[in-house]
Design a protein around this ligand. Structure first.
Ligand code: PCA
Length: 154
């Protein structure tokens, strides 16, 4: 099993979260909410208003998201879904756990404030103007930014 940190449309309540809960794609278990220990620019870009975490540590904000435990089929599905490595690349990120959201029996695993690592879909293959777009800290497709996500996969 592998841990993946999601910060965009894959989060609970966001348009692509059903991909994580679809058993046909593999297994994913929500474990915790978390925030990156480093700042990153989280921007909304392209005509589809897609969230991208730019792999530029130290700029932007600490970014909030969720840690999932995923199996090999789900990781393969997500790599494909996120157009890795062309659009996003999967790399390791260091996280501060905020709240345990996983199975109650596993409660001892992470206390709030624990530091852990997970994979994240971030990008170094961004357009030159993206770093100067607005920086977000907690993506919501219906946020005040008004940049409504357009699903290009359906
Ligand atoms: N999906 C991935 C990367 C950005 C996106 O919309 C995620 O939610 O983490």
């Amino acid at each position: 099993m592998t841990h993946v940190f999601v910060y965009g449309t894959l989060k609970t309540g966001q348009p692509n979260n059903p991909r994580m809960t679809d058993k046909g794609n593999g297994h994913a278990q929500l474990l915790a909410s978390a925030v990156t220990t480093q700042k990153f620019p989280l921007v909304i870009a392209t005509e589809h208003n897609i969230p991208f975490l730019l792999n530029i540590p130290g700029q932007g904000h600490r970014v909030r998201g969720e840690i999932y435990e995923v199996d090999e089929p789900m990781l393969t599905f997500l790599d494909d879904f996120e157009c890795t490595p062309a659009m996003y690349q999967r790399s390791q990120v260091t996280l501060e756990v905020e709240e345990w959201l996983g199975p109650a029996g596993d409660k001892e695993r992470w206390a709030p404030g624990s530091v852990t690592q997970a994979f994240v879909y971030s990008t170094t293959t961004y357009q030159p103007d993206w770093p100067s777009l607005n920086h977000h800290d907690n993506y919501d497709c219906d946020g005040h930014h008004g940049l409504v996500y357009k699903n290009h996969c359906t």
